[in-house]
Design a binder for this molecule. Structure first.
Ligand code: ATP
Ligand code: MG
Length: 437
């Protein structure tokens, strides 16, 4: 590809060398004082137009239909939805539609939301220390819109009418009024229609639908009190009514029998809270496991932290056995960096070794306590882990500021719920109802 050469006028000064004059000076009304003469120099570096930048960002944020669903559902959760419905066709390759009953947007916000780096969730870099929302980069919607045909319909409570915006491959092609109830619907059709190299890498319909189902399950684990519905080609894959506790959500996902094999753990050390559910040693099997990690309400991957869970089991069960684990960490602001991965799948702890040893100890302690001594035959009642939902944040405040980042379990129930992290979304699940499309 040939590089287009631009020419830019520079001013040369004996004291400060050469300075570029922006914007391009078409007319040069004499030489400003302090400068000796104008120099015309070739230039090869250009700032990319937003449309191209969005397409590049899409490469990191939008890998497959499941990543679109993740971003749209996270936006719905950030908008404090109580019910989120996801419909996909052909594994999401043909169509993805996410509808929420959250706060919605007015017209100006609806149009602004499609701009790169447009976000309502942070205002300054320092907000990243305590970000309590799933989103904060302001790039998901423009990235998705850059590689699809997208329609955004939304209405804020106070507006009489909603707004509908249509975007084709990153270009807004029109917007108008639309009657609708409060909330937002985003429909994404023909993902990667303008990026054939990417669509080539998509998997078969069933595999893509399973990945979508996994994403919804994980976000459902992070938000037990929110209702979720997922259909694929009109067939119900998941129906998760609002749950009062994490065990009930797990039971809705994978059955009550599995939920009763879990025991609750809870610990706090160095300002770090670890709560969650782990499998009773006598119920743990080898092979496939469900293991999900969450920090401050956000799912994340960490093979190292899962290894510390396993170390906690070591004296109890053999290395081949892979117990289920759902762990929710709550870290003080500044001790965890969420912004290390474009899709936010990974986080960086300021002191990972401390977190790992707290988790290992918490697992070991609960396994030596009475609750793990019961066998499956005794059919313990599932632990009642009451989810205390955070209050909605005030406008302009992050959820963390409003103590809303995680779901907390009642003090007497030593378990936790928070935001779901899948240590490995792709590898770790395959939800009960996710088998096909
Ligand atoms: N479902 C929704 N309901 C209400 N507002 C929404 C919804 N989806 C998006 N928005 C608004 O649009 C903005 C842009 O969304 P987008 O997902 O692009 O960025 P973000 O969520 O702020 O950050 P990130 O790129 O990390 O997801 C959001 O900050 C939010 O204000
Ligand atoms: Mg977002």
């Amino acid at each position: 590809m040939s590089r287009r050469l631009s020419r830019t006028w520079w001013l040369r000064s004996p004291t400060s060398g050469v300075k570029v004059l922006e914007p391009w000076p078409r007319l040069r009304p004499g030489t400003p004082s302090g400068f000796t003469h104008w120099v015309n120099m070739p230039r090869t570096i250009e700032v990319l137009p937003d449309r191209v930048a969005n397409q590049i960002a899409a490469g990191e944020v939008v890998e497959r239909p499941a990543s679109v669903v993740k971003e749209l559902v996270e936006n719905a959760l950030d908008a404090r939805a109580t019910r989120i419905d996801i419909e996909i066709e052909r594994g999401g390759k043909r169509r993805i539609r996410v509808t929420d009953d959250g706060v919605g947007m007015g017209r100006e916000d609806a149009l602004a939301s499609l701009n790169r780096h447009a976000t309502s969730k942070i205002r300054a870099a320092s907000d990243l220390q305590s970000v309590g929302t799933f989103g904060f980069r302001g790039e998901a919607l423009p990235s998705i819109a850059a590689v699809s045909r997208l329609t955004l319909q939304t209405k804020a409570e106070s507006d009489p009418l909603g707004t509908r915006v249509r975007v084709n491959g990153g270009t807004i092609t029109g917007f108008d009024d639309t009657p609708r109830r409060r909330g937002t619907t985003v429909e994404v059709s023909t993902l990667f229609f303008n990026a054939p190299a990417r669509s080539k890498f998509l998997k078969a319909v069933g595999a893509e639908a399973r990945a979508v189902s996994d994403v919804v399950s994980v976000l459902g684990l992070a938000n037990a009190s929110v209702g979720f519905g997922l259909t694929s080609g009109g067939r119900v894959l998941l129906e998760l009514p609002p749950a009062s506790d994490l065990t009930a959500r797990i039971a809705a996902l994978w059955g009550r029998e599995e939920a009763t094999t879990l025991i609750a753990l809870s610990t706090e050390s160095d300002g770090i809270e670890v709560r969650g559910l782990i499998q009773r040693p006598d119920a743990a099997k080898s092979g496939f496991r469900r293991a999900h990690l969450f920090v401050n309400g956000r799912p994340f991957r960490s093979p190292a932290l899962l290894a510390s869970v396993d170390r906690g089991y070591r004296t109890t069960i053999s290395e081949k056995v892979r117990p289920w684990a759902f762990l929710y960490l709550r870290m003080p602001p500044g001790t965890v960096d969420m912004n290390v991965h474009p899709a936010k799948a990974e986080v960086r702890f300021r002191d990972a070794a401390v977190v790992e040893s707290i988790v290992e100890e918490a697992v070991r302690a609960v396994l030596t306590s009475d609750s793990s001594a019961a066998t499956l035959d005794t059919q313990l009642a599932p632990p009642q882990l009451v989810v205390l939902e955070p209050r909605p944040p005030r406008p302009g405040r992050t959820r963390e500021e409003e103590s809303q980042t995680s779901l907390f379990l009642s003090a007497d129930a030593a378990g936790s719920a928070g935001a779901a992290a899948s240590p490995d979304i792709a590898a770790s699940s395959g939800t009960a109802a996710s088998s096909g499309a």
